[in-house]
Write a protein that binds this ligand. Structure first.
Ligand code: IMP
Ligand code: MG
Length: 178
């Protein structure tokens, strides 16, 4: 285990098994369709990579990069750093997130994508921090795990850009924040 980690919440095996479970639901719901998975950089990368291995319907994926966080608290500011390359008009969209906290990021993104005349939009998130929600317009259809209002890292989730590479999800030792 990485020396900065205090406790592991979800092991790599648990994350893989959950990704398989979520992919099965998506395969069932999108039978006969051709969805676009939209990953929100950078945190989505390990989860998107795992999830799509188990997707059996025809699909494509693209990325958007938005920023809303500095350190461990939301600034409430959403900035689009990289937009999509694909035209999403009349397409079925599945947004892939690492974690939903306040809901502000997805609220803005869902509104933006809806304005591009998509057929449908759903959200798949590896983690959901429901207690952190300050806007409840965002309803993820596919949720991996519910987490408490603690700051977690690993499997794409970072603290000041570090720890995204960890194959598990856990919390940091208190001294790391000093
Ligand atoms: P929000 O839902 O707009 O508050 O923002 C969600 C984004 O905040 C996620 O995509 C993460 O990048 C980041 N975030 C929220 N909670 C955590 C956490 O516990 N660890 C790491 N990043 C987090
Ligand atoms: Mg993110």
């Amino acid at each position: 285990m990485n020396q900065d980690i205090k406790q592991i919440f979800y092991s790599h095996d648990e994350i893989v098994n959950k990704s398989i479970e979520l992919a099965k639901c998506i395969n069932r719901d999108y039978d006969g369709k051709f969805p676009i998975f939209i990953g929100l950089l950078k945190g989505c990368v390990p989860f998107l990579a795992e999830l799509i291995k188990h997707i059996t319907v025809p699909m494509e994926y693209d990325f958007m990069d938005v920023s809303s966080y500095e350190g461990t608290s939301s600034t409430g500011n959403i900035k689009i750093i990289k937009d999509l390359d694909i035209d999403i008009c009349n397409r079925d969209i599945i947004i892939v997130e690492d974690i939903i906290d306040t809901g502000l990021t997805l609220h803005h993104i869902v509104n933006l994508l809806k304005s591009r005349k998509v057929s449908s939009i759903e959200i798949v998130t590896l983690l959901d921090k429901v207690e952190g929600r300050i806007i409840d317009t965002v309803k993820p259809k596919y949720i991996g795990f519910n987490v408490k209002k603690e700051f977690v890292v690993g499997f794409g989730l970072d603290y000041n850009q570090k720890y995204r590479n960890l194959p598990y999800i856990g919390i940091l030792k208190e001294e790391i924040y000093k």
